[in-house]
Design a protein around this ligand. Sequence first.
Ligand code: GLN
Length: 538
Amino acid sequence: MKNTKYVFVTGGVTSSLGKGIIAASLAKLLQERGYSVTIQKLDPYINIDPGTLNPYEHGECYVTDDGAETDLDLGHYERFLNIPTSQSNNVTTGRIYQSVIEKERKGDFLGKTVQVIPHITDEIKHRIQILGNTGDFDIVITEIGGTVGDIESLPYVESVRQLLWELGEDNAMVIHLTLVPYLAAAGELKTKPTQHSVKMLMQSGVSPNILVCRTEHEISDTIKQKLALFCNVRKENVIQSIDAETIYDVPNLMLEEGLDIAVLKKLNLAHKKQPKLKSWNQFLTNFKNPKYTIEIGLVGKYVELHDAYKSISEAFIHAGAKNKVSVNIHWIHSEELTVKNVPRKLKKLNGILVAPGFGERGIEGKIEAVKYARENKIPFLGICLGMQMAVIEFARNVLGLKDANSTEMDVNTSNPVIDIMEEQKNITNYGGTMRLGAWDCKLAENSKVAKIYKTKNISERHRHRFEFNNSYLNDFENSGMIATGKNPKTNLVEVVEIPSHPWFIGVQYHPEYKSTVLNPHPLFVNFVKACLEHSLNY
Ligand code: GLN
């Protein structure tokens, strides 16, 4: 059993400072030094999980192998660390209260008054230590969502205070991420907001051991000295985090600043080896020196908020670097696509991706985009709803089933080519009830996907309720759209392709969730390659 050490990451001054990226970068450096590390995110909102949240609220909902619907930061953790996360890596206030209330109903509290302290804080501490207690990790990094001073965050900060005390000096520590703004009129960086947020943290009984200061300009020694003096932190533990060209530069920047060394010192851990980041830096070199640029249209209905498609855009970064190609994403709103404007709007594209989604809004535009890609032999990748739209388009325009639809959009369609699964029909709750998480899939011999994956047995993550309706499968296959990936147990269709098209693939699962810096996803890599060929030939 390892003696697991705990690093808590809090945020001050404003939200959106990038706690997730700092946590992931630190974890990456510690991993490179030979430590086993995982990262956990505690979210102070009352939803049980982000699965029922509109993507406009918090961006994409990320799905783990074990079927947890989680915060998009878990995607960063996996992309940086190249190891899978699970339900235990994301906990919300809703989930904490749900389990405390369930225990109360069962009588587990023996007639006691149930209170925030100790019952809620005990549950939070338990959830933090679940990962450590697996014995798999030397270090668990726990990111506390929100900003210090928020009412919602208080029980979390209190739990951190208790754990620091219980675990002891060498076993737990706090990194506080803060903003050092630049006042152009004064020509100066300002430390006061950081002083205030550290004071706020101290009022809750927590003193940070390290300050990571987000800044647009270099922080001088004098400013570091000042921050150290006012915030009770050693000067070498005031770490600058300057704006970077890409999030993938942050591990190197933190290495230069010595964040990993400061953490090891505080936790009394050996330095072990120096991080080399060899494959990581190879990726960065490729990413920053592309030989070509390709134009890919991402057709979706949440495109105003790019975070709604975070894993897809990151998967394109990984796949682009692998091909030494810069992928220029055109964010195309599906509601703005019409039969008339599609040729003009999609003309310059080398590839079209129709994105996942829920509900009726914008689906006709998605269907038009599929049609354009199919007829004009433009590489096409449809993901989840995107695959379902490809099936509907083919049914309507090739099979001649004019009213073909998904029963999600039209329950009365006479041709439900996409239909709800039998097991889903009686479900009335929306949260956590879809087909979720990793499912096995068998790929057909000689199919394009089997060649791309270089194997016939794959496992990919799902998040949907509706499925290809197998009673239409023969008609589709006789007309040229083939089911080349199926669930080996249920025969559900997971992949469709059109072999007569240069590159036309629809997948019911989400390949984007499994793309990492060190393991770019083969489907994305091959799609980008096909788009590059398209750009060179047209
Ligand atoms: N709305 C579709 C379904 O539930 C697709 C979901 C998705 O794209 N993730 O089946």
